[in-house]
Design a protein around this ligand. Sequence first.
Ligand SMILES: C[S@@+](CC[C@H](N)C(=O)[O-])C[C@H]1O[C@@H](n2cnc3c(N)ncnc32)[C@H](O)[C@@H]1O
Length: 193
Amino acid sequence: MGSQWGRDKVHIKAKSEGYRSRASYKLIEIQRRFGIIRRSDNVIDLGAAPGSWLQVIRTLTDGRVLGVDLSIIPPIDGVETIEGDLTDPQIHTRVKEMLRIVNVVVSDASPKLSGQRSYDQARAIALGEEALTFACNVLKPGGNFVVKSFQGTDFSKLFNETKQHFFSVKTYVTKATRKGSTELYIIAKNFVA
Ligand SMILES: C[S@@+](CC[C@H](N)C(=O)[O-])C[C@H]1O[C@@H](n2cnc3c(N)ncnc32)[C@H](O)[C@@H]1O
């Protein structure tokens, strides 16, 4: 999977299975391992464009599914979308008006990369902190949260902050993550406010 050929194969597999990107396999893997989404859950996906996680989430729950992204998310049957910034308090309010009960928040959001590794990691972790704030603002007690992050100097701050709000918090590197990447996911279950 780390080679160019491997990347192409996963990309081709994703397209042939109707997914918008290979990212879908990361969420499928997280769900198989941690069971974060239940059949009746209302789920919010932050940083959701182009929408492959939304496609997966739609198959996992009969509840409402809402995607938020700075970019327009091309339509998916049975999925609501908002074009907006997850760090904007007005977007938090809008989401709460749309979904009165939120059981799960997932975030695969990442900023545009500059190519400067430590700078990019710091910005990505800061966005993860914003996603945590969002989740704490909208989640129902007992809810679950998944956020993309990166190993780096600020990672433990995000991890420890997440631990203050959830009963169980773990990290997970998906098999679908490219070799050499420092990407990992924080899997937080049972929101305690
Ligand atoms: C890796 S992509 C997400 C892929 C998505 N999970 C999927 O499966 O299709 C990261 C996304 O984060 C979004 N993003 C970055 N900063 C954001 C912000 N402040 N608010 C909302 N979305 C943001 C980007 O626009 C981009 O679409």
